[in-house]
Structure formats: C-alpha cells, structure tokens
Design a protein around this ligand. Sequence first.
Ligand code: ATP
Length: 513
Amino acid sequence: MAKQEDLFKNVVSHAKEYGFIFPSSEVYDGLSAVYDYAQNGVELKKNIREYWWKSMVQMNDNIVGLDAAILMHPTTWKASGHVDAFNDPLIDNKDSKKRYRADVLVEDFAEKIHQKAQKEIDKAKARFGDAFNEQEFITTNARVVEYLAKEKEIRERLGRSLGAGDLEDVKALIEELEIADPETGSRNWTDVKQFNLMFGTKLGASAENAMDLYLRPETAQGIFVNFLNVQKSGRMKVPFGIAQTGKAFRNEIVARQFIFRMREFEQMEMQFFVRPGEEMQWYEHWKTTRLNWHLSLGLGKENYRFHDHEKLAHYANAAADIEFNFPFGFKELEGIHSRTDFDLKAHEQYSGRKLQYFDPELNENYVPYVVETSVGLDRMFLAVFATSLQEETLEDGSTRTVLKLPAVLAPTKATVLPLVKKDGLPEVAKKIIEDLKWDFNVAYDEKDAVGRRYRRADALGTPFCITVDHQTLEDQTVTIRHRDTMKQDRVAIADLKAIIENEVSMKNWLMKM
Ligand code: ATP
C-alpha cells in the first residue's frame, strides 16, 4: 500500500514539475479539487479528446457532434431527476470530523476482500504455472470461494439498500462490517444523509428577478433537449448518435484523489438513439466498442475490467462501468448505460413538446431508447499519465524517469537538439523545426549536455529526439532516438516526417480498435 501511495505522489509531483497539471489558483493556496492544465497537460488532454472525437464522430457516419451550453433552462434538471435524486449518501466521522461517501466506504471494503481473493489466485498461478486452471480454482478453493461470496453479498446489499433509499441499512452495513475511518481508524459515525451535488447559480441582474440555475452536472441533457433539432436538421435515421465533450460540475463530497474526482471536470459523452426493444444489443455493442477503444492505446489489457451495476440509476435498465487500475486500485473510468426512454419522455412531459421519431420502415412514431457511453476526460488523462510514468533501471545501473505515453497522445512529438551550440548546428536544427512544425508539435532544446536533454524529453513523454551533429552538415542526416528503447538510428532529414508520422498518426492507432 505504501508503495501505491508513493507511486501516486510521484504522479502528482511529476505532473506539476513538468508542466502538466497545477492546482487551481495556487497563489491563493489552491481551490479544493479544482485543477488547471498547464502547457503540456493541455496538449495531452486535447489529444485524448481528439482521439475520442475521431473514433466517435469521424469514423461513424451515423454519429454527429454537438456543443451545447453549460447553462440550461432550470426545468431541464427537474425533468432529468437531478433536482430530486442527484444525491450522494454522506457520512461524517464524529471524532475526525472527516466526511466520506458512505457507498464508497463500503465499496472500498468490498474491494479489499476482492484483493485478498486475487492474491490467493496470483499465488496459485505462480505455483502451478501453465497447468493452472483459474476458473476451477475460483470455484473450488475454499478461501477464494468464501472471499468472493462475501464480496458479492456486501455489494448486493449495498445495491439493494441504496436502490430502496434505505440509508439506515447503509449505516448498519458500515457498522456490521466494522468499517473504520481510513485516516484515523475511528468507528464513531453519524447517520447517513443525502447531499445534492449540483452547483447553483443565478441568471439576471437584480436579486428579485434573478432566475435560479444550475451548472450542468453532466453533458448528456444538452444532447437530449437537442435530440429533435439534430435529428431533423441532420436528417438522421435511428439508430444514430450525438457526441459531445465539455465541462460538467459536481459539488463532490469527498474529492481527495487529484484529477480522479474533481468539482469541475470534462466529460466525453455519446448518446445513441435506438428502436425500443433493440437497446440491449446496442448496449452490448457499445460495451465492446468502448473497451476496444481503450485497449487500442496499449496500456495493458490487465488494467481494465467491467463492473456490472447491482444498483441501477432511476433512468437505466442496464449499466456497466469500465474500471481501470489506477494507482489507488480499480475504479470507474467510463460508464455505459442503457437509459431507456426515460430522459426523452421526461422532457416531453415537462416541456409539453413531442420528442418523437417517425420511423419510415416501421411506419410509426416512437420515443427512441438511448444507450449512453460516458467517459471522464480527466480520468482518462490520469489513467494514461499514471500508467505511462515509469522509473527504469538501465544496463549501467543508473535510473531514468520516462513517461511512456502512447505516441499518438504525446504533447510534443519530437525534440530537435543541436549537439553543440555552435558551428551552424543550431541553425540546421531550427530549419528542421520550421519544416516539421506544420505537421507536428515539435520542440527545440539546446541547453545542457545531450544526455540530460534526452532525459528531459523522456520525462515529458516525447517519443523522438532528433540530434543534429557535424556529420549532418556533410550528408544531411541526423540521429533519431526512440524514447522507449533509447535506440538511435541515423536517418536522412528528408525521411523524418514519414518516420514520425508512422508512429504518431491517429489513423494507425485507431486501426488497432
Ligand atoms: P463516480 O461513481 O466515480 O462518482 P459516476 O458514476 O457518478 O462516477 P457518471 O455520472 O457515470 O459518473 O459520469 C460519467 C463519467 O464522468 C465517469 O465515468 C467519470 O469518468 C467521469 N466523472 C464523474 N464524476 C467525476 C468527477 N467528479 N471528476 C472527474 N471525472 C468524473
């Protein structure tokens, strides 16, 4: 555990030191759970967004984009259920005065039991090698069976009591499991209460006439209220999707995990409108497609798992999370939800307008069902960044810190370095930059010894270093160094563009999906 915490601390400090993420308004000591993306962070974030957008909008002729406003008519949130039901169960520890999400305390407890089972499985795997049959072991090893049954029982009971709004039972569960304050070990808990997560604000100049608004807690509703506008103006035929990326705001109760849980964050959502009755097949389709999108980035299959929801939100008839192995364990990265016709019907009811589709093949009107995919851009950033940050011991015993970002997402694709700051080498290096910058983000670095400059590029996640030396002046060749292997090749300046393109092009990466 201590190791995990260290790893996470490294992630946070590396993000700051190398200009990826700063605490918001840091000169005033920051604002809790609000962060700013710095010069390199903003590029990485933009690339993740673009990678998502291309895979959704550009690669699917039946998905179009949207950029709805953050402020929406307040009735939107009445209809969506957020005014009445967008609550988290909170619990306070009377001794430490710390506040927690009651459901998260229980889930973390269940996860610990899961980890115990996993440990047994890993041990057996190491012992039996190729002969190991994991499925058989899980169902026959008494200890593992007991752990997994306990985990299931806890998760199901939590799901049931949250679903029924039975907060007393959530408290009872915390007491029965003897869950303690993770920071102090105290078990002196208050009752569990509901807390609405929406931020309120006001529209209008004078206090009497001001209208109460909310900052949107999700981007999805902007898509639902525009469903018919887009369908008609785009002559879209069901099934079709609307994709959107943008800010969302939640007054989170506990926000202590860096950019994993922020109060202002960005979502990448796609709502897919389908015929009623066909939603389950589309739900399965999007679960597979979205997992493949994640896997295409090459962060390791073992870092992802599905978690099917026991407790369904008021709008859903099926829901699963894609969980990622963050430095603090497996947690939700993306949600895939079959939202039925709940949202469109609710907006019909509250607005008095029809939000229906005439299906020419069936010759009938209906309110489409919706399958949603919703991934947090900041959580994606954390997943990519934390997994890529590695400490390597080299052959000569020295260590290097390297950010092995998928090259397609790297903020800077190449750093161009003159071997020395004289003899015309800087001029040649700058000329190379002038040529490459039309196609890629490239940087120039002439400070310090070459070895140190390589290390700096490694720490920034830059896939290539291009070094101009005296031979360059004679034969128009340079060395190109690959970040991950540290291998160096001598290549012609004229070939640089193609070499870089081959490694960083979105096309090549997306084709792995
Ligand atoms: P959680 O259970 O972690 O609070 P959620 O189930 O409320 O998440 P959704 O409403 O399904 O999340 O939102 C979709 C996605 O938006 C999540 O999978 C996550 O990646 C992202 N997200 C949600 N809340 C936050 C937050 N406070 N900070 C950063 N990303 C968030």
